[in-house]
Write a protein that binds this ligand. Structure first.
Ligand code: MG
Length: 244
């Protein structure tokens, strides 16, 4: 195994909590010379946070695959952060217009972190779960306008153009290698990981994926079970079994 891709929320965090197990995962992978690339539905700003504070990370895919943020280190050891859109800029512009129309038309607000988003926007799932008819109307509005959407653990994310975690992973591999998908692993736990579950031969669902197993269309190749394999402990246990 040459590289590990992983979702963030619920996969290498417990609910919203970043625990010591996240550091254990980084340490284990570093010890074996295996890079970790986080693939999250969170905003590009989160990618910047992760790359600025966890020096073992050099690339983060964010916004569900819409952006790739990278760090390069110069000769003086200074870290330089750069971003790349994985969707045409015109699609990001169309999204901005749709997002404005959405909040004018419906009694809802965008998630606070939509401010840091470039290629997608989000609505708090809790706002929609409390109001099923609003949820239905919002989804119908997005469909009418040919806007794609998906749910993560916390958000209804929506975007214009072709964006998925799997597409971003393929772009990443074609440029940064390893070339073979089979030489990598992917960990995930939710609906917004499905593009990878469908196309990655070595995808792993941590045990808490049980909550969505009856609603997901594409299941990961391996599904972990048991409380001891929920979230980051599941990732850690699985990696330990491979990296003996
Ligand atoms: Mg997740």
């Amino acid at each position: 195994m040459k590289l590990v891709f992983s979702d963030f929320d619920g996969t290498i965090t417990y609910n919203d909590e970043l625990t010591v197990h996240f550091h254990d995962i980084l340490k284990l992978l570093k010890g074996h010379g295996v890079p970790l690339v986080i693939c999250t539905g969170r905003s590009k700003s989160w990618a910047h946070f992760l790359l600025s504070h966890f020096f073992d990370l050099t690339h983060v895919i964010s916004e569900g695959g819409g952006t790739l943020s990278s760090v390069t280190v110069d000769g003086l050891g200074r870290r330089h952060l750069s971003d790349r859109l994985l969707v045409p800029e015109e699609e990001a512009d169309r999204l901005e217009k749709i997002a404005q129309e959405l909040v004018q038309k419906f009694p809802l607000r965008l998630s606070v972190d939509s401010f840091g988003r470039h290629t997608d926007r989000a609505i708090e799932l809790s706002d929609l779960n409390d109001n099923p008819s609003l949820d239905k109307e919002v989804r119908a509005f997005l469909k009418e306008n040919e806007v794609n959407f998906s749910t993560s653990n916390v958000h209804l994310n929506f975007w214009c153009g072709e964006i998925s975690k799997m597409k971003a992973i393929n772009t990443f591999l074609s440029e940064y290698g390893p070339q073979e998908l089979e030489e990598t692993l992917f960990f995930g736990d939710s609906l917004n990981d499905q593009s990878v579950f469908r196309d990655h031969p070595k995808s792993v669902g941590v045990a808490n994926i049980a909550k969505v197993l009856d609603v997901i269309e594409h299941r990961p190749a391996v599904i972990l079970t048991g409380e001891e394999n929920e979230g980051p402990l599941g990732v850690l246990n699985y990696l330990k079994s491979l990296l003996k």
